[in-house]
Write a protein that binds this ligand. Sequence first.
Ligand code: NAP
Length: 523
Amino acid sequence: MEWMATATLSEFRNEPCADFSVPVNRQAMEAVLQKVRSQFGHEYQLRIAGDWIATGDKLISVNPSNPQEIVGLHHKATPELANRAVESAYAAFPQWSRTPAGERVRLVLEAARILRARKLEFDAWLVYEAGKTWVEAEADVAEAIDFCEYYAREMVRLSAPQPVVQLPGEHDEMIYIPLGVGVVIPPWNFPLAILAGMAAATLVTGNTAVIKPSSETPTVAAKFAEVLLDAGFPESCFTLLTGSGSAVGDVLVEHPKTRFIAFTGSRDVGLRINELAARHRPGQIWIKRVIAEMGGKDAIVVDANADVDKAVDGVLASAFGYQGQKCSACSRAIVDGKVYDQFVEKLSAKAKNIKVGPSDDPSNYMGPVISAGAQKTILQYIETGKREGRLAAGGDAAPEGGYFIPPTIIADVEPSARIFQEEIFGPVLAVTKARDFEHALALANDSQYGLTGAVFSNDPEHLRQAKESFHVGNLYFNRKCTGAMVGAHPFGGFNMSGTDSKAGGPDYLLLFLQAKSVAAKVG
Ligand code: NAP
């Protein structure tokens, strides 16, 4: 029983995050930031199975805190190379899928160990390429480690004998087997954690992977590919296909040998993938599976009897942490009329004190948004917001030099407003007044999305009501709505937020597997 070799793994524990207020941690991070900076401008080839490929057409990845700085140059894939990537992953599948589960688990645990050893270095790449503050970067790396550790243990569980009824005169079994070639498409906002999570789930279950990273954060992806190779994953079992999603995405999704797509990103790209994957292609002998984790328009409800100061802090952290660029970020605060004015006043005062600037300076609470394009879109939404409500904070000048936007609060927003309904993905919060708690819940549910939500209330009956009817995949009481922890808060949303999958939970790996029943006559 090869699964028994790994069955003695310790219980899963979340990776702790470094405390950068401790001088020794702070000095260590400063030294690593300098070291990583000295590697700026390096050129990275893409990699199909064991072949490194230079196409000459390069993607330029810049530091959003200072776009003059080139973080990395990455050769872009062509549609032909995308085809080749799927073909080679298909060719590698028979061997990788038969690699014992215990060995795959060992490799994923080794990847976790290497990530842990290189944690500060990954923090620094995230600071420079994704514009994360130190604290946010550290949380991203810790989550990547958690995904590897958690899915390794899950694979041990799923490769053990499954409990099926034994019929008289038979030996009955159910075993989980992999699916085939998985196309892994992560976003830029958790460029390590989400990429590592979807790739680890794909590989540990015995599938081969074509990883197409976001064009905003290809250097973090290239560094993660190094980790997989250093961990000992065979070169043929995964491909790192850097390049534009609009140029190669359809080819990867439509290829008849693609078996499933693990996607995290926006609603529109997710819907397109789902539609294209559903169409049968010549030579295709399966129905493709799509695991899609998409956008959000997450609300925090503040009840009349809530502790307003705690609610203000929870909303601030959820709305402006990583510049509001989390799918779980709070973009709507829905507040009972009895505490509304007090809440808006306190919230705006605190938001105005938030320090915005380059993310490598740890005194800044907020860094830049990811790109010039994102900055432009968010500023347009702020202009729309000024017409749709009352500007209570932000909306004015931000530090120059990077893609900075101050934390912006628009109060008195009606539910029909665009800024109440559309995902902005930046530091812009709409605040809306509710008549009572029931009205607040109805407003919170007035959305096509259903990802995260929170309620600040001291009324147990109201919390019960919210548990029953606040329709989100991740609901939190009396705390922020961001910061889901692997294992404790399986993550993923309802409705237009995706296919209801739960990353970091006990159901997740089943999405990457299929079950085979084997019954043998005995005696
Ligand atoms: P995005 O624009 O949808 O891009 C996501 C990924 O899809 C990128 O790698 C992108 O590549 C690729 N892509 C683009 N067009 C494609 C196509 N036609 N076919 C296949 N792939 C294609 O999203 P994003 O801006 O990176 O991320 C932000 C979004 O992700 C937000 O909506 C956020 O809510 C969502 N998100 C959801 C979760 C969740 O768990 N539900 C978690 C994080 C983020 P290029 O970069 O080359 O275009």
